[in-house]
Design a binder for this molecule. Sequence first.
Ligand SMILES: Cc1ncc(C[n+]2csc(CCOP(=O)(O)OP(=O)(O)O)c2C)c(N)n1
Ligand SMILES: [Mg+2]
Length: 594
Amino acid sequence: MSKAARIAEKPRPQYGSDVIVDMLKAFEIEYIAVNPGATFRGLHDSLVNYGGNHMPEMILCPHEEMTVALAHGYARAKGKPMASAVHNIVGLQHAAMAIYNAWCDRLPVIVMGGTGPMDTALRRPWIDWVHTAQVQGNLVRDFVKWDDQPGSVEAVADSFIRAYRLATTDPMGPVYLCWDSEVQEKKLNGEIPFPSLDRYPAPLPMQAPEEGFEKTIRWLLEAKTPVIIADRVGRREAGFKALLELANLLATPVFDQHGRFNFAIHHPLNLTGLQDRVLPQADLVLILDVPDMEGAVSKRVQERGQRRPIPLLSANAKVINVGLDDLLVRAWSHDFNKLRETDLSIMADTAVFLPELVRRLKEEKEGLKKRAGDIEKRREQWAKLHAERQEALAQQTRSKWDEKPIATSRLYSELAEVLKNEDWVLTNGTTPEREWSILPAAKFNQILGKYVGGGLGYGLPASLGAALALKGTSKLCVDLQPDGDFLFTISALWTAAHYKIPLLIVVCDNRSYYNDEEHQERMAVLRNRPVENKVIGIRIEDPAVDFATNARSYGVWSTGPITEPKDLSKALRDAIKVVKEGKPALVDVVIQNR
Ligand SMILES: Cc1ncc(C[n+]2csc(CCOP(=O)(O)OP(=O)(O)O)c2C)c(N)n1
Ligand SMILES: [Mg+2]
């Protein structure tokens, strides 16, 4: 049914919150993840009894953090937002960290909350006072693109349309809409005109000016050793495809920064991980959608407590930077990363910049012909380096094949093997540098990227959101789920079971908040203190968590703990069968630290 027909056929709203549901329907919001609360009881009633609990359908989550993380994962997989509804001040505080994760990841989530009544004359004693803020949006204002609290039912449509447009315009981000309970519960006595949504089109993407193309093409053709660094190009299919074409055309190696999946793992020009060998030779670096430019062109060293990285680029390498990051700089969080020198900075959307760059480059027949010899020479050189790296990885995997606890490389290899004939998507992972080099991803959005905000509690709910977005397609969703992260939001297993969300959860169970063991080890070495104490306050042992029993208690099929390497393959295959029946399944694998 067309948008217009659906709107013409809809029942007439009777209450303020019915109008909010009309907006959710008009924008085709499929799901709204909720944890219930009285401040949005009007909206809750409208979702169920006016909207029929369809478009959006409510997804009940046992914590507000999950409602937002779920929507975050959904947006990654689907490229469009779903909504989350969180109870006033308290729910919003629980949701805040997940909103920050979505903000850092530049993904749209429509977070909605209730408040008030703002009219103090209408308040119940105590609860309405302790749960009302002026203004509630202040709590998250520094890390949402916009927040609003419309003062009347008539103002709802404008507010929603603006929120949707801002959330979904690149660089995207979460928005927070706060509904006064009085506005929600107000009985309407006249017609509320419904806006014509066709008159609010999404803005066209931002393209580079002529000078941007002219210089980029000239410098690319002049360079002897050009390289590409990409972080979020893979957020759009057009950018993903054009990047592959560009790299092939000029035999340019690509370094994936893992913010999204940017470049096929086994492509001979994918030299991710070999930055320290290649970047010092580069005379031109094309940096595409990379928020952390400094990290991208330097090597991190952790020894002796050193914090500053070692630069890898030579001083005379030219740098071109293309992206939209400056558009979302705020003063509060320094997620804009370190300022870095560039020679040409282009504010443009890579999804339109790269296809046009490739089109123009192909027309440079003279220039390409002149460089053809060099291009083919370096294509061979990079392919050789890539093959060497793959062989070294394979050798490492072989040498650890029978180790106990199970080596992570064996886990990833076994997973790659059982997924060989599946149309799989990795919804979440542990350390991208490792698993991305073994799992042979090649398709657009086949890996949904690392979580850039770094707030734990993300993996399971975000994977559920992604799996919900892909439900009913041929995609098999896999969550490589670190144990520590899992424990923050483990009760999302209930949501997985209740809504029959097909997801393979592989618990990477190193029984530790391991990342911090390395930090404590460094401190101990630096201060000449006992290194063996590094595990205190970090290991999740004694008792070890029984994840499989946990999962069953929530109604999720499970197996494990798998401790024998030889049992791994069957456990994964059994779990995949369950997922293919449309349900979640969990395999608890006891693994080595890294
Ligand atoms: C909300 C939150 N609390 C604490 C941290 C600090 N932190 C970063 S990584 C990490 C350990 C994570 O453990 P796990 O998820 O099991 O992964 P592992 O390092 O063991 O692979 C911790 C505690 C964080 N990033 N976010
Ligand atoms: Mg761990």
